[in-house]
Unconditional design. Structure first.
Length: 232
């Protein structure tokens, strides 16, 4: 992260050195809070493949990641790792790491399909009809991981409010929603706990099931533990 970058609400729950071998790292886009050069380089010896949107993979190669480990996908393209199908899907956002490279690389959400399990990872996105299209094509999902933080009334096209996050989950035909992107970096004026409260409140109205694990807590997608309001 650059010195002038966003500060963290929470420390990382584990170091790169403590992680086991990793079959694949899936990247949503190249913003600093989603793509950290030092972390990527620390992970590289453990990672079999980096899967990224178009253009983002070229950044990795420029940083020294072997090209043979990098795979880039356009929206609706897919790849496989053994029995896991990985599909790059649309998102409503933007990209860039400086004032001169805006939108030169692609951003994406991701669909992960295992033999008996489907997961949606939303990356960063404003609310749009793409969620409905993805849900119609690939849903229902056992788990949706959807951003529910860093929102502001001036940024409706690039980040969702918590209520929109719940609606996106419903559009995707998700069974359980895990709100993400709200408790790591200080990127907006709201507190890091506000998204949790608003997601839970709207989920009650819409009858959506929500998972709120602690930072670093392991989640069994097939049989998740009951969530608690641990941040209160």
């Amino acid at each position: 992260m650059p010195v002038a970058g966003p500060k963290r609400f929470q420390a990382a729950p584990i170091t790169a050195d403590a992680l086991p071998a990793i079959e694949a790292v899936i990247l949503s886009h190249d913003h600093y809070d989603h793509l950290d050069r030092a972390t990527i380089l620390a992970l590289e010896p453990k990672v079999g493949r980096f899967v990224a949107p178009l253009g983002v993979g070229e950044r990795l190669v420029a940083w020294g990641i072997p090209a043979a480990k990098v795979q880039q996908l356009d929206w609706w393209q897919e790849t496989r790792i053994d029995q896991l199908q990985i599909v790059a899907t649309p998102a409503k956002h933007f990209s860039g790491r400086s004032l001169t490279d805006r939108d030169r690389t692609l951003w994406a959400s991701w669909v992960l399909i295992a033999p008996e399990l489907k997961v949606f990872f939303g990356g960063d996105s404003g609310y749009f009809d793409g969620f409905t299209k993805i849900g119609e094509r690939f849903g229902p999902f056992d788990l949706t991981m959807i951003e529910a933080g860093a929102y502001d009334r001036d940024w409706p096209s690039i980040h969702m409010t918590p209520e929109e996050s719940v609606q996106a989950h419903l559009d995707l035909h998700g069974r359980r929603l895990m709100p993400i992107h709200n408790g790591t970096f200080d990127l907006a004026l709201h507190s890091w706990t506000e998204p949790f409260e608003r997601v839970i409140s709207h989920a009650k109205v819409t009858n959506a099931a929500v998972l709120t694990p602690r930072f670093g807590e392991r989640v069994d997608i097939r049989a998740p533990a009951e969530s608690t309001s641990w941040w209160r």
